[in-house]
Write a protein of this length. Structure first.
Length: 332
């Protein structure tokens, strides 16, 4: 009977993950039409597909960055047995993440190559034209960066993937703020910090929980609690940076006197409001986990709200992908 129960748990987890991924995919796919309803704004052609590709790209960026950061934290946990100079960590998800990021970046590059339209066939794609525009060059940079990151992930030095991943972050920061925008370098700098901190948070928590589960039988509960405590301290700083850069970026696009109106009247504002509410839920779950970690008799009871936090973070990533496919509000 116990073997049957173990098999049920083994099958339930991947099924639950697939269901959650499918539900999260509905946000970028159906979100544009929902957010634009009644706003009077024109829809971007293929907005749902573009938002989904951007969501996959963001997720693919978060996974390896989070893994590298948590593995670094794991080295500072005392009492962990070391193999080849490092603590034992779970199998990396970076190679499949890089493959997913490569496919998503390739799809987005094909959209740029057809004049920001969804191509009907290969004949519509002008690959050579990518070199003629700023957006095209950035799209190519992301495709090549994910390819190199994947090769680094399966090499003997997986930490080297940090450099191509950093190139993707820079490319995304520049892409989000074209030269025609007011003070584009300021906007790119804010996006750079925001995206980096978000990737560390979103990718770090699931890897920390996976590491904790692996360590529970190997090093004991104390080592797992210590790792979760280290991550919690880093996450608090990341949340502060994400909040500050997010508010500043929003005020750059929606001046203070128009924020309340645009949050309900524009598609971008509605999606932003949904994202803010999700981030607030994530912050509440993080605070709950932190309180359990510090005050509960068993610190590892913090894993329950942390798992819920992972789900909420996945929804935040989907909402972020949706935001990139919606028209930027006008500075009234």
């Amino acid at each position: 009977m116990k073997a049957g129960e173990d098999l049920g748990v083994t099958l339930t987890r991947p099924v639950a993950v697939l269901v959650l991924v499918a539900l999260a995919a509905l946000i970028p796919l159906l979100g544009p039409s929902t957010a634009l309803h009644g706003s009077g704004e024109a829809s971007v052609p293929g907005a749902g597909g573009i938002a989904l590709l951007r969501t996959v790209l963001f997720a693919a960026l978060c996974v390896p960055i989070g893994e590298l950061s948590v593995n670094r934290l794991a080295r500072s946990v005392p009492g962990t047995e070391r193999a080849a100079g490092h603590p034992v960590v779970p199998r990396s998800w970076s190679p499949p993440a890089a493959a997913a990021g490569f496919v998503a970046a390739l799809g987005l590059a094909s959209v740029v190559a057809t004049g920001n339209l969804v191509p009907d066939g290969l004949s519509d794609i002008d690959a050579g034209g990518l070199y003629a525009s700023r957006d095209g060059k950035l799209a190519l940079l992301e495709v090549n960066a994910f390819l190199v990151a994947g090769l680094c992930a399966v090499s003997r030095r997986p930490a080297t993937q940090l450099w191509p991943l950093a190139a993707v972050v820079v490319a995304e920061a520049l892409r989000a703020h074209p030269a025609t925008e007011h003070t584009p370098l300021t906007g790119s700098g804010l996006t750079l910090v925001h995206l980096t901190c978000a990737a560390l948070w979103v990718g770090g928590l699931p890897h920390a929980l996976r590491t904790l589960r692996l360590w529970r039988g190997r090093y004991g509960r104390e080592a797992g609690a210590a790792l979760l405590g280290l991550y919690a301290r880093v996450a608090a700083v990341l949340l502060a940076a994400i909040t500050a850069t997010g508010v500043w970026s929003s005020l750059r696009r929606m001046p203070p006197e128009t924020v309340l109106e645009q949050l309900t009247a524009t598609a971008y504002g509605r999606a932003l409001l949904a994202k803010v509410l999700l981030v607030a839920a994530v912050a509440a779950l993080a605070l709950w986990a932190r309180q359990r970690l510090r005050r509960a008799a068993d610190p590892l009871t913090a894993c329950a709200p942390a798992r819920a936090e992972v789900v909420a973070l996945g929804l935040v990533v989907a909402a972020s992908g949706l935001l990139t496919a919606l028209p930027v509000p006008i500075r009234w």
